[in-house]
Design a protein around this ligand. Sequence first.
Ligand code: SAM
Length: 306
Amino acid sequence: MATIGDNACIQLQFTDAGDTTMATYGSGGVMQRTRIKENLVLLLNEIVDYSKVKKNQIRRPRRRNSFLFTTSCSTDVSITIATDHNYGNKQVISVTQTLYDYLLTNVREPPILRQLREETATMRGSQMQVSPDQAQLLAMLVQILGANRCIEVGVYTGYSSLAVALVLPESGILVACERDINSLQVAKKYYQQAGVSHKVDVRHGLAADTLNSMLENGEGCSYDFAFVDAEKRMYQEYFELLLKLVRVGGVIVIDNVLWHGKVADPMVNDKKTESIRSFNKALMDDKRVTISMVPVGDGMTICRKR
Ligand SMILES: C[S@@+](CC[C@H](N)C(=O)[O-])C[C@H]1O[C@@H](n2cnc3c(N)ncnc32)[C@H](O)[C@@H]1O
């Protein structure tokens, strides 16, 4: 049973797993799962002191037979989620809303990126764009690498690609692969407004086709940096192609590797989760790259080609 203090942020999710109702509950990143054997109210009372709770957020998620109940008490602070002696009692924190808001006040988001993010927020699929802190990290990696030639797989309305294009030198190029023409219209508008259109080579179509054609074109080992943020079940294929396109010492960053935490939940076995899980496992054993999985946004793995 999780211990939830007065200042915790609490999340409960109830789902039907076959004929058993399951509850996932916890504070911050510490989620636990249990069967609801008896009365739901008993379970809730066990977890939370309602006298301290603001009845603020109850919403229905997309799946039938489940609902998500999120509530927060007066002071939402960081929560230590790992003090396991196996790790030398290292204290690892979970990012709460308050802490994340603070983190965002320390991100230097260029006004044009903010404008794009805000326009995208009104559009369908806006949750797909990377967060400002992720975009800043991508841009920094490009700068540290001194990258000139970059690839992005999955552009959407252009937030992450614009972040990269803005820091590329004038001679730099970003090959931007996207299959959705409508999203690309927004991206192109912002490349133009930001004065970086000349640095972005937009490729409309299936990303794997574009990457294969680049290889056929003799562009192997000629790129410095690649970012993968498209179809999750294609990750291994994108990775293999990009590994051929990127030079030794070049970097490939993969987004969504923590997949909303589902990769760590053995109860979740849908195709996308399975696919990311097996990709992560393959990457862990892949001696062709050095890796670092970073819990930023939905989780990103940074791979450096050996
Ligand atoms: C998560 S979004 C990308 C978000 C973007 N990186 C950003 O920060 O705004 C994924 C995008 O990949 C595109 N996509 C999915 N499968 C694709 C494929 N096979 N080829 C090209 N684009 C694809 C989708 O249309 C979608 O726009």
